[in-house]
Design a binder for this molecule. Sequence first.
Ligand SMILES: [Zn+2]
Length: 373
Amino acid sequence: MDLRHIPIVDHHAHPLLKPSATQTPEGFRQWFTESTDPLVHAQHVPHSLFFHTGLAWLAEELGCEPSLEAVLAARAARPYSEWVVHLFRQANIQVLLCDYGYGSDQAYSHPEMQALLPCRVEPILRLERLAEELIQRHATLGEMVDAFVERVSRARAEGVVALKSIVAYRTGLQVTQPSLEAVMADFQQARAQVAETGRVRLAHKALCDFLVIQALEQAASQELPVQFHTGFGDRDADLRWANPLHLRWVIERFPGAPLVLLHAGWPFYRELAHLAAIYANVWLDLSLAIPFATAGIPAMVRDVLGMAPLSKVLFATDAFTMPEIYWLAARWGRWGLGQVLDQFVAEGFLSPSQAQAAAQDILGETARRLYGL
Ligand SMILES: [Zn+2]
């Protein structure tokens, strides 16, 4: 099934970096892995399927040899903005929901992304990043929480299309109602960190849980989707606490908050498919697992679509840094989804028109409805 004509609503992605950050072999190669180890980048990434196919497909697109040197030279020869527009048009990405919380001085801002891309770009608000800014600015817990709730309550009115939490790789997904004493103690510790270093890295369980709960209350009242990082995708992630099954308390406590559980919970995609199948407020996102699972994508998608209703599954790229990653993710995603839907038709599980409709939903229509785009 060729799905290139179906536009993508990329409901979870991050900003591009300035082109100078990705022009060297090291700068380019490092984004083909989730590893931050330079030894892995240099010695093993060149032997990964994602990198092999990435070079081959890009070389084809650029009309050059499939070597790193040739691809880097060919892409550098094209004006950056023209190359970005080319890849996004080829990927047929129509809307991009962008989380700018991925900290880097090299990243483009929201207005810059809007100017650069040939598609609609809407912002996602990352909760822990907002909280860190507010902890630096406010000396008391009461003031900080008021400011946090006030900002999140205005999210939809200010054009934010979703909230995003990275609590998975800060203190884990086993969020529960903390005691006020514990929250106070955490806040004092966070403020002490600010006094000492001028900044804070929010990784205090009671405070993290408390703020996530405040945000979920605000999200439920605005019917604003909340994206949760689940599974792999950050070097801080202790995957034992990133299993989406830990979110059961949150899922049941906030039935009015649409919860979008990211990255297929990889490697816990079966667990996540189960949650999406039984809870009305849980959606399953395939990003990051697509493209990084490469040849394993059809096996994952088949398992997920076997268990979860087709209406609960969304495609996204979770791409960042370089336009090539969005393009490669779109290609891997369409390929994997097309493989599985072809199988379902051949096996008599879906009619061809049902398979087409499922592809349209998963690539974009479900996200349009969920985020009110
Ligand atoms: Zn992400």
